[in-house]
Design a protein around this ligand. Structure first.
Ligand code: DP6
Length: 331
């Protein structure tokens, strides 16, 4: 077995139809399939160095030690890798986020995809993408999708051990080279994590059962809209799905409300722009920030309109990107 220091980059992804509800909370097995778009540039750069002298795994994220809840998930992923590699050596890990953490962009998606890729190679494994996707999923569900570039579907699967719950690419990044704008809304850090929000929704939301049934229909409609590169149809399904997920959150007890006034401002602006003929649509994850998909030719004016909304702090601009990859070590 060869141990070596390995660096990997994984991009963030934004769900077009959401994962919000689990059939297994330890393995992160979803109740419904979901579709995402992979972002270019925004993501996590993670170094994994197995060190025979270490008594336990250690990890820093953005130069701060990872908290206990995060460490449990990291050890779960590393434990599977060590078992596959037949090793009992612990590792030191360091991860830098190029995604502003906990601001409605899923930094855990890129973090666990980068971890799965860096650590598997560090322990001498060369896993295929399906296996890497399942491995990343055990850290954070949405991370299963960040292994792939372009437009990606994560199958909910049926098996209790999760061996059929992995992501695959639907279309490569150049299929529909949209611009992706992230309108970051002034908010402070999000207060309820996706992991706990999903538990609340499943046990206490009045609308949860209907939500899960709708997700499977939305996945099929989303595939068709992406295949046809039809923004009107995409907007119907993507906005409808995001609103339905937030509806389920709001119908949780206690109610979960991630939105700020500027979130609603962005929703209205995007809908007005589309009514006036600009091909664009929005989605919102478990936070107050809003992600807008737009044809590149219209990106400038849309970004300006979003930046002018009171409470929108910054508008990041990116594109559809490639999946997780190794980064050559320097020197
Ligand atoms: C709203 O993947 O962060 O972004 O599996 O508990 O780590 P865990 O949850 P996570 O949830 C993401 C929720 C979402 C929707 C999505 O990305 O599909």
């Amino acid at each position: 077995m060869s141990l070596q220091r390995v660096t990997a980059f994984a991009p963030s992804n934004i769900a077009l139809t959401k994962y919000w509800g689990k059939r297994d909370h330890t393995l992160n097995l979803p109740l419904a399939s979901s579709i995402s778009v992979t972002l270019s540039e925004l993501g996590s750069l993670t170094v994994c160095a197995p060190e025979p002298g270490l008594s336990h795994d250690v990890m820093a994220v953005d130069d701060r030690p990872l908290d206990d809840a995060g460490m449990i998930k990291v050890r779960r992923v590393l434990g599977i890798i060590r078992e596959m590699a037949g090793s009992d050596v612990h590792a030191g890990l360091n991860s830098i986020n190029t995604v502003p953490t906990a601001r409605g962009l899923a930094s855990s998606a890129s973090a666990f995809a980068a971890l799965a890729m860096a650590a598997s190679h560090a322990y001498g494994l060369d896993l295929d993408k399906a296996t890497l996707s399942r491995l990343a999923r055990t850290g954070s569900g949405s991370a299963s999708r960040s292994i792939h570039g372009g437009f990606v579907q994560w199958e909910c699967g049926q098996k209790a051990d999760g061996s059929d719950s992995e992501a695959r690419q639907l279309f490569a990044a150049d299929h529909w080279p949209l611009t992706i704008l992230v309108a970051q809304v002034r908010d402070g850090k999000k207060k309820v994590s996706s992991t706990s929000g999903m538990r609340m929704a499943a046990s206490d939301s009045l609308t949860f059962r209907g939500w899960i049934e709708q997700c499977e229909k939305d996945v099929i409609a989303c595939q068709a809209a992406l295949a046809a590169k039809d923004m009107e149809r995409l907007a119907d399904v993507v906005e409808g799905n995001a609103m339905a997920m937030h509806g389920t959150m709001m119908a949780s007890r206690p109610p979960l409300l991630y939105w700020q006034p500027a979130t609603v401002g962005v929703i209205h602006t995007v809908r007005n722009l589309r009514a006036e003929g600009t091909a664009c649509c929005f989605t919102i994850d478990a936070g107050s920030s809003v992600v807008v998909l737009v044809e590149p030719s219209d990106a400038g004016p849309v970004a300006e309109a979003l930046a002018a909304i009171d409470g929108v702090e910054t508008v990041l601009q990116t594109r559809v990107g490639e999946g997780a990859r190794l980064v050559p070590e320097r020197g």
